[in-house]
Ligand binder design. Structure first.
Ligand code: ADP
Ligand code: MG
Length: 687
């Protein structure tokens, strides 16, 4: 009673009586049961009963309270979107999922008040749905003149009519609850009045409400006997916790602790990642670390530092990049797999669109990076993403937020996820001697936001070719034996044959168990650096910064960005063995991985040079370009009017010891960048 009076007093700031199902059940279990079967009746009558309890003066103020029931018994009425059937129509159910789209909040006409333009009588027409209902005649029952709509006109009095705020949402099944490889199914839902505008795309929610149906309509054939379903939302529960759905029992907890103590814990985990893919040990190690993630930090000045480790795989076609991404997206407790060439309007980030879904309203739709909030977004062929995503991705990767401002919609959506991306080189094959940004269609500024970049080369090498072929053939053989045994009645192969052949590709740890191990580490383990680890990382950083470059402007080997990456990788490494302390073991692992990749993507004539990633021009090329500009300037001064001969420039450069092919390439780059131009064939001029 006190809750009812409090809410009524606060009306219209408060409009709902919120009640948890079990409280209702202990108050009146028969009614609680009835509510699930006949929610329409129960809710309508509850709301009416509440009005009867209130004193007349409050009711006269127009108070109308909603009854919102949450925390429904999940064993019986929590239904998966794909399991919704006709029997659930009209029932009170709970749906669990990920919000994909939300429309703008817009008022909807609930009760229209019209004025007859002949007799000036007033008549009320209740509205439902989006189709506007006009009176058929000036109703005599409501005191009107009784003229048909054809012989009078009706004017809508908006000030006297009643409106209610409405919003439409689309929810999809959570990735963590999906069978591996299944596409998530979706459901539309409507919410009204005080619960609109509370959730954003990317939120994980439980929504409780009544399942309703709506007749399909076909422009040609008219009304159909097929119906669509949607949920009329009664209450929303927001779920914030990470990996809440991953349940771990006591027995599993024991197993987890046992594995953490095993000295081989790293190898065991790394070998359990995509065992069907041969080699790529360091890459798999980095992917394992990415699954465990660094620590997200909330600083006292209100800034946040991301803990997620972003990884990019660039490389030759057919090197199992896509395969790896897909594997990780299933292994991660919250993984999303998408292609850069996404087909939805939201793409990788988010978009405001005006489509059928919004029924005239603008809709905010979440893309892959928002849907993967709290997990890993595996984006294949990221180099093919749209230009709109390209500009939003910077912010998504570093600030882990995506802002949308378009039409009536301004929103900032969370994208606190790790990005695992794969890209194909522009010219077919990856060339380790060229700056990486020239080879893939991505801006250097974007590339430098990855913590680790791995080039995946497909280099013929007799020894590895042989073992890889053996590995692939053996796994195919094992697969063949397995299929053969299950399909043919008297197979000559034994279970042992199957086991032997498949030995190399059976993961040591069951993916289901590894998932739980990861979820536990990310939920419960927050490691802290020891002085040793700090010392190691500082030494490595300073030593690389000090590295001698040739010429006047020394190469910058590494920037604070990589320093942060080292910290994140060390944190993940400690988490992997459930350690609260980050020791030298962890910092060394981080240094090993950083060195491994820097040597492959940022090495310019043997020296590590981060500008190969960060600006797309290596230190030695920058040196050559400065020299080349000097030569052009020298040759074009005086009576030449600033114009010089291309061949003369090249010969001069060669005389100074530069390589002819490189110089030709550099001239092309200068022309592309607009720093010189060709006034006529074979002539050059400074801009
Ligand atoms: P990418 O995306 O790099 O172009 P895919 O992931 O499509 O390559 O891989 C092509 C095929 O080659 C896959 O069927 C994959 O299993 C196989 N393959 C490539 N490299 C390996 C490897 N190292 N071990 C096992 N299979 C491999
Ligand atoms: Mg591919």
């Amino acid at each position: 009673m006190s809750k009812i009076f409090e809410t009524a007093d606060a009306f219209p700031d408060k409009k709902s009586i919120e009640i948890e199902y079990w409280d209702l059940d202990s108050f009146d279990s028969e009614f609680a049961e009835y509510l699930l079967i006949k929610p329409n009746n129960s809710l309508y009558n509850s709301e009416k009963a509440i009005l009867n309890l209130l004193p007349a003066d409050i009711v006269d103020r127009g108070v109308q309270l909603h009854v919102r029931v949450s925390k429904l018994p999940s064993e019986t009425v929590k239904i998966g979107i794909r399991d919704l059937r006709a029997e659930h129509l009209g029932k009170f159910i709970a749906i669990d999922g990920l919000v994909r789209k939300t429309t703008e909040v817009r008022p909807m006409l609930r009760e229209a008040v019209f004025q007859c333009q002949r007799c000036y009588g007033i008549l009320k027409v209740p509205q439902e749905g989006v189709a506007f209902k006009e009176p058929l005649d000036c109703s005599k029952e409501q005191g009107g003149c009784g003229r048909a709509a054809t012989s009078t006109a009706f004017k809508l009095l908006t000030e006297k009519s009643q409106f209610i705020d409405t919003q439409k949402l689309e929810i999809q099944e959570s990735p963590e609850g999906l069978r591996a490889g299944a596409q998530p199914e979706r459901l539309s839902m409507y919410v009204e009045d005080d619960i609109v505008g509370q959730i954003a795309p990317g939120d994980r929610i439980v929504i409780n409400g009544i399942l309703r149906s709506q007749q399909r309509y076909n422009r040609v054939r008219g009304k159909s006997t097929l119906f669509d379903i949607f949920l009329e939302g009664n209450s929303i529960e927001l779920r914030e916790k990470e990996f809440e759905d991953v349940k771990i029992d006591d027995k599993e907890m024991k197993e987890i602790k046992k594995l953490a103590k095993n000295p081989n814990v790293y190898d065991t985990i790394i070998e359990s990642i995509a065992p069907s893919i041969y080699g790529m040990i360091v890459e798999k190690e980095a992917l394992a670390l990415q699954l465990f993630s660094g620590v997200r930090k909330h600083m006292p000045d209100n800034t946040k530092i991301r803990g997620d480790i972003h990884i990019l795989l660039v490389g030759d076609p057919g090197t199992a990049k896509s395969q790896l991404l897909e594997y990780i997206s299933h292994l991660s407790p919250r993984g999303i797999y998408a292609s850069g060439k996404s087909t939805t309007a939201a793409g990788l980030t988010a978009a405001a669109v005006r489509d059928e879904f919004g029924e005239g309203r603008w809709t905010l739709e979440a893309g892959a990076l928002v849907l993967a909030d709290g997990g890993i977004a595996c984006i294949d062929e990221i180099d093919k993403m749209s230009s709109q995503d390209r500009s939003a991705l910077h912010e998504a990767m570093e600030q882990q937020e995506i802002h949308v401002a378009k039409a009536g919609i301004t929103a900032s959506l969370k994208s606190r996820c790790a990005l695992l991306a794969a890209a194909n080189p522009k010219y077919g094959r990856f060339d380790e001697y060229q700056p990486i940004s020239g080879q893939i269609d991505m801006a250097p500024a974007l590339l430098s936001r990855f913590d680790v970049i791995f080039p995946v080369k497909d280099k013929p090498d007799e020894a590895t070719d042989k073992s890889m072929a053996e590995h692939i053939l053996l796994s195919h053989l094992g697969g063949e034996i397995k299929e053969h045994r299950s399909e043919s009645e008297d197979s000559q192969f034994s279970e042992a044959d199957e086991k032997t052949a498949l030995k190399a590709v059976i993961p040591i740890l069951e993916p289901e168990f590894l998932r739980k191990y990861i979820a536990h580490a990310r939920r419960k383990i927050y490691p802290v650096m020891t002085p040793d680890a700090i010392q190691d990382i500082t030494d490595f950083y300073v030593q690389l910064r000090r590295q001698e470059g040739s010429g006047d402007t020394p190469a910058v080997a590494i920037t604070p960005r990589q320093l942060e990456a080292l910290v994140r990788i060390s944190e993940a490494s400690a988490r992997m063995r459930l350690s609260e302390k980050i020791t030298s073991e962890d910092s060394e692992r981080a240094i090993k991985i950083t060195q491994y990749y820097l040597k492959r993507v940022a090495s310019d004539s043997g020296i590590i040079d981060i500008d190969m990633i960060a600006t797309g021009v290596g230190h030695s090329q920058r040196g050559r370009i400065i020299q080349l500009m000097d030569i052009i300037r020298d040759l074009s001064t005086g009576d030449k009017g600033g114009i010089t001969d291309e061949e003369e420039v090249i010969e001069n450069a060669e005389a100074k010891g530069l390589d002819r092919d490189q110089v030709v390439g550099d001239i092309e780059k200068l022309l592309r960048d607009g720093r010189i131009f060709k006034p006529s064939e074979k002539k050059l001029k400074l801009v």
